[in-house]
Design a protein around this ligand. Structure first.
Ligand SMILES: Nc1ncnc2c1ncn2[C@@H]1O[C@H](COP(=O)(O)OP(=O)(O)OP(=O)(O)O)[C@@H](O)[C@H]1O
Ligand SMILES: [Mg+2]
Length: 142
């Protein structure tokens, strides 16, 4: 397991970090994004989208749970903020997205923590000392 911590001092710094992080992805990754409301999970998702060469703006999929984008790798972006039950989560069939060789990004993944596989990459974003700063922790199994 490896743990990396990054401090950013603006939304654009978080987005740039995410863009670089995306360059390390090869497809088939499940990335769990955690952190409170407004922490910056979607900012990271937008940066990962840019890093994967997605041309559209990655937006929050809260109302439909999952949006799909085409880039260097396909990006599947889910947001489980409104998920009511484990059954609803199972019904989304996220395994199928991984089988398609894309990158699956899940906001509010802590809601289904116990259901995610051991190879999940966990990224947590938490507030820093001032309103524009954040701490990003990346935990990769290996
Ligand atoms: N260093 C920073 N990194 C990321 N976002 C920051 C930073 N500083 C301030 N912000 C602001 O924090 C907010 C993060 O919003 P974002 O929608 O990404 O949060 P979220 O974690 O996805 O929230 P939600 O749980 O509602 O989906 C934005 O308004 C952004 O401008
Ligand atoms: Mg969000």
């Amino acid at each position: 397991m490896s743990i990396e911590s990054i401090l950013t001092s603006s939304p654009s710094a978080t987005e740039s970090w995410a863009r670089e992080f995306a360059a390390t992805l090869v497809g088939g990754e499940l990335i769990a994004l955690t952190g409170e409301l407004g922490a910056g999970k979607t900012v990271i998702a937008k940066g990962i989208g840019k890093g994967l060469g997605v041309r559209e703006d990655v937006i929050s999929p809260s109302f439909n749970y999952l949006l799909e984008y085409r880039g260097r790798l396909q990006l599947f972006h889910a947001d489980l903020y409104r998920i009511e039950s484990a059954d609803t989560f199972r019904a989304l069939g996220l395994d199928e997205y991984l089988d398609r060789g894309g990158v699956l990004l899940i906001e509010w993944a802590e809601r289904v923590r116990a259901m995610l596989p051991p190879e999940t990459i966990w990224i947590e974003i938490t507030p820093g000392n001032d309103p524009q700063s954040r701490k990003i922790s990346v935990r990769r199994p290996s």
